[in-house]
Every structure is written in C-alpha cells, then in structure tokens.
Design a protein around this ligand. Structure first.
Ligand code: ADP
Length: 603
C-alpha cells in the first residue's frame, strides 16, 4: 500500500537569504547612514573654518551650532559660545544660513535599518521554521510540537495492497478474518438481521508469525483505508498526551470509515491496571481513553480495530471483555505445511533454481517463524550473489538455514587436530545415539566447521512430521541423544571437555520438566511441582513444593539424566568400530550428510 509523503524543501535556502539581507544592511546601508552622521568638533575648528571660508551651510540652534564644510560632505556640530559678531563673520565667509542641515528621516531610517528590520527578519524566519517543523513532525512522534496528534500511518487504498494470498499458511486465522472482510464489503447484510460485528479483534501469537501482515491483508481484501500505530507510540512524556492521541486516531478513523485501525504491541498500553502506588499514570489514562472510545462508537459504524500482542494474558480484563476486544484470533508458528507454503511465497520474490525441494527445507527449519523463513530465503539470494551466480540453489537454502541457526562459518578459526578429533567424536556420538534409538529423528547433517555463534560443530536433526505430543520414551531418548556427545568423548578418548555445556543444560531442563510438570515420575504421580508464573514476562518457572520434595526432585533429575547417559555410553560401546570409522570420516570431510552417515553405518 502507498503511504502518502510530502516532498522535502531545503531550509538552507532561507537561511542564505536572511544572511545576505543582513550583510547588505551591515556593510552598505548602515555605513552609509554612519557616513551622514554628525561629527562633533571644537569651537576653535569652527572658527578656523569660518576664517578659511570653508563653511557651506550653517544652522545656529538654541544650544549648538550645526554646519557643513564647503563641499557639504560632512556635517559637524559644536557648542554655542558667547561670540559677538559670529553672524557677521559667517556671513562674510559666504556661509549659507539654513534650517535643514540634517534631514529629519535620517536617524529614524538608521534605527529602522539597524534594529527593526533584522528583528523582523528573524521573527518571520522563526515562525516559518516552526511551521515547517510542525509539518515535518507529522512523521515522527518525538517532536514537542506534535504532542497530542496521533500521527498514525495511513495507508491509502491501492491495487497492490497485501492480500490473503500473500499470507501463507495460517488458514484458521484467515478463515476467521474473512468474516470481517465480508462485513466491510456488505455491512447491509449484517445490519438487516441485527447482528453487529466485533469491534475489536486481538491477533495473538509469537513474534514474526504474520500478525501485521494479516491485518494489512484484511484492509487489502476489503479495499478500505488502514491506520497503523504501535502501542508504544501512544505513551508520551507527558500525562494525558497518549489519551489525546487515542482521541485523534479515532476521530480520523471515523472520518474515513469504513476502515481498519491496527494497534501493534497493544500490551504497551493495555497492561493490567494493578493500582500499585506510583503506577504509570500516562499508560492508564491512555488505556482508559481507548476503552471509552471503543464504547463510544456504535457497533456498525465500520471502524474495525485489530490489535496484535504476544502477551495476551497481561492485558487488562476490561480490554478483553465482550464489546471491546472480544474476539481472539491465534496466529501460531507455522506447521510443516505452513512452512513450506511460506517458503514458496517468498521464493517467488527471488530467482531460484528449478526443482528446489521446499519440503526438505521446511523440515530442516522446524520451529521457524514466518519472518525467519522469509529471512532464510533472502539469505540464500544473498549467498548466490556473493558467489556470482544468477539464482539461488537448494544448497544456498540449506546453508542459509544454518546461518540463521548457528551463524556464519568462521573462516579462519584454527583448531588443533586433537581438538578437531574431539569435536568429531562428540558430534558422531550425538548422531550415532540418535540413529540407534528407533524413535529419534534421523540425522540430516553433521558438521565440525566452527560457526560465529561459538558452536564448534553440530548435528542437525530433522523432524519428519509435525509433532504435537511427546511420549516419555521420546523425551528419554532425547536426553540420551544430548548426552551422546559427552559419552563418545569418554568412550573413545577417555576424557571429558567443556564442549558439552549446552547439552547438559538442555538435558537437565527436559528431565526436570518430566518430573515437575509432565507427571512422568512414579513417586510424585500427577502432582504439579512447578508452575510457570509470570508466563508473559519471561516465563520463569517457580517451584511449588516443600524443601524435602525439592531435594527429592533434584535426586530424580540426576537419576534420569544418569540413566540416559549410561544408555548412550552403552550404545556407543556396542558400536565402537562404527564410532571410530565415522569420526575419522567426519574428521577428514568436516561436513557429512545424513545419507553418507547412514551408508557408512549400514555398510
Ligand atoms: P508479527 O506482526 O506477527 O510480528 P509480521 O506480520 O510483521 O509479524 O511479519 C514479519 C515478516 O515475516 C513479514 O513481513 C513477512 O515477510 C514474514 N511472514 C510472517 N508470516 C508470514 C506468512 N504467514 N506468510 C508469508 N510471510 C510471512
């Protein structure tokens, strides 16, 4: 969609004009005035000039004498003396008696030029600039001049707007929103039967899953204006400004109805009002205004508010009650099919080799969000350009997944042969344990090329299908696979290294969750030992049990991990010959595919 923008004009031009005018005043006009100014002189000089017949015009005033030289270049003044015969002498010297030696306007003109005009110029320039800045501030929210204006970005109707077809996967969400589009197309059908549309719809889901895109797509499909603003943009330095921004936004929206108003990250203003002392007044006032506005307009006036958040439970209950944001549309991470579709949608934007296996890429990128998948496609295109190719290949895509997961390859990381061998055994240990347990996902790729994330090597496992449930066996196998790396070091090299720290952390997490949250330990049956408190602010788990139980839990965790560690070591001992062959092969080749691995394993 097109955002309306104004062309910029250079302020430097106006500064230059002001400077030129001032220079003219200072160097030409004022010196000219000064030239005509009266010079004070002593009475002796006046008498001498009279004797020398050098007086042009003369004017004798009450307390002073003004006179010019013969050429009338300069005006002089001197004090009045008790000088008999002065008039005679002047007359004889040929001086002309005059009463208009000084033009009256001169001091005034000088005053105007040197004081009034510059001040006027600066006042005008100042006014002009502040007007300009105010206009400019329409695009940013930090200008003092702009307090209280909503400065929502308005997207006008346009034929190239985002459509539902641009949003891949997310079928449930799209289905849900189709109704809104239908309502915006033909509100009559709804009013006829007396139904009113929900005023607000909350799009809930992890970051990068396409919430903003969906909101834009609703506007695009319905062909209505789209106002977009982020929750944090409402919150200003001064109390009350956020509220006035809300008012302004709704005023604009009502003028343009039917339209879509989209508030991103609504939790920034919509958090629960908990009445704490010293709470955030500004945020609460903004929220109150939003609630009032939502109540204020009729159900069918054509303004639909979409809001996005990834912390829905932190929202104030008043905001989520029926009549406000009463409909909640989950926008989840894409499943295997969704990932493939998203990859295809984004692949259309770049040149890509014919016959790329998107399904394989989608399987490799399990758990990736839409934004990450879009990033993977872009990385692949960038890689192709770097290699001087005209289109991206399957290999580019696979490599860019690794870049997104583990960072770039470290070009000149120097590992000693001994370290490299240890890493090779470690990684083969993971892969071998995974492969020998039937329930574990097969290995996609093993590499011992160091990455910028700090990983010295890794084993990429691939989920063949979507996984919604995990059985106890699967969890145990996962722990065994995680301990496989360390077990291989012990079995083959008789030593342990620091390389397993991340594995240890993950294995412990799974084992602890099995006991405290999944009820997979006989001793505690189906009792929750841990609750996720503060789920929406980081998701910390807190134990909810007595100290003795905590000690028991710790013992159980150690027991589970130890049992799986022993199992992994046993698997490796049973396949000791294969372990050596595979590690040696990986040491030489640095990267091997899952296929190569299985071939050697089965040979
Ligand atoms: P959110 O608002 O949920 O954080 P966005 O809507 O801003 O996420 O998405 C960020 C980017 O990710 C989009 O610009 C788009 O390129 C990509 N993306 C996310 N989800 C999808 C999807 N379902 N289909 C296509 N692209 C997607």
């Amino acid at each position: 969609m097109n955002e309306v923008k104004k062309p910029k004009k250079s302020l430097i031009f106006y500064y230059l004009i002001a400077i030129v005018v001032l220079l003219i005043l200072n160097f030409i006009a004022v010196p000219y005035m000064n030239q005509r100014q009266i010079k004070e002189t002593d009475y002796g000089t006046f008498m001498k000039m009279t004797e020398e017949h050098d007086i042009g015009r003369v004017e004798i005033q009450n307390n002073q004498i003004l006179f010019t030289d013969k050429a009338e270049d300069n005006i002089y003044k001197t004090g009045l003396m008790n000088d008999d015969g002065l008039i005679d002498r002047l007359y004889k010297s040929g001086a002309v008696f005059s009463s208009e030696i000084i033009e009256e306007a001169s001091p005034l003109l000088s005053f105007i030029l040197s004081w009034i005009v510059p001040i006027l110029i600066f006042v005008l320039l100042g006014q002009y600039m502040s007007k300009k800045l105010m206009k400019k501030a329409g695009g940013s929210n930090s200008m003092m001049f702009n307090l209280g204006k909503s400065n929502a970005k308005i997207y006008v109707k346009s034929s190239d707007g985002i459509k539902f077809s641009d949003v891949a996967g997310e079928d449930e969400a799209k289905e849900n929103l189709t109704e809104i589009v239908d309502y915006l197309h033909s509100p009559g059908r709804y009013t006829e039967i007396g139904a009113s549309m929900p005023k607000g719809i909350l799009l809930v889901g992890p970051p990068g899953t396409g919430k903003t895109m969906l909101a834009k797509a609703v506007a695009g499909e319905a062909n209505v204006p789209f106002f977009s603003m982020s929750g944090s943009e409402f919150v200003e330095m001064f109390v009350g400004m956020g509220a006035s921004k809300v008012r302004d936004l709704f005023k604009q929206a009502k003028e343009k109805a039917p339209c879509i108003v989209f508030i991103d990250e609504i939790d920034a203003i919509g958090q629960k009002r908990d009445g704490r002392v010293g709470g955030n007044d500004e945020r609460e006032q903004t929220l109150n205004q939003l609630l009032t506005e939502m109540d204020g307009f009729e159900g069918n006036n054509g303004v639909i508010i979409l809001a996005a958040t990834n912390r829905p439970e932190s929202l104030d209950p008043a905001l989520t009650r029926p009549g406000r944001f009463d409909r909640r549309v989950p926008v989840e991470l894409p499943d295997l099919k969704g990932r493939e579709e998203i990859l295809r949608v984004h692949a259309k934007k770049i040149k890509i080799d014919y016959g790329v296996d998107f399904s394989k890429i989608a399987r490799m990128a399990s758990g990736a969000s839409g934004a990450e998948l879009a990033n993977i496609i872009n990385e692949a295109a960038l890689r192709a350009i770097r290699d001087g190719r005209k289109s991206a290949s399957q290999h580019d895509l696979e490599e860019s997944i690794e870049v997104v997961i583990a960072g770039y390859q470290k070009k000149n990381a120097i590992l000693t042969d001994k370290e490299k061998m240890t890493v090779a055994y470690h990684e083969i240990g993971h892969a071998l344990v995974a492969a020998m347990q039937t329930n574990s996902a097969p290995v996609q790729k093993i590499t011992i090329v160091p990455r910028t994330s700090g990983a010295l090597g890794y084993t990429m496992q691939v989920e063949e299908n979507n996984h919604y449930l995990m059985s106890k066996d699967e969890l145990e196998n996962k722990i065994a696979t995680l301990t496989g790396g360390r077990a291989a070091e012990e079995v083959a090299l008789g030593t342990v290294t620091t390389g397993a720290s991340n594995d240890i952390e993950q294995a412990t997490k799974i084992a602890r969750a099995m006991i405290t949250r999944y009820g997979m330990c006989d001793k505690f049956d189906m009792v929750a030992m841990e609750t996720i408190s503060n789920k929406y602010l980081g998701g910390d788990a807190s134990l909810q049990c007595s100290e003795t139980t905590q000690t028991d839990i710790d013992k159980k965790v150690v027991e589970i991990v130890r049992r799986q560690h022993e199992k992994a070591a046993q698997i490796l001992l049973d396949n000791r010959a294969k372990l050596d062959i595979l590690a040696q092969y990986l040491f030489e080749h640095e990267t091997i595919t899952g296929e190569e691995f299985m071939n050697i394993l089965n040979s």
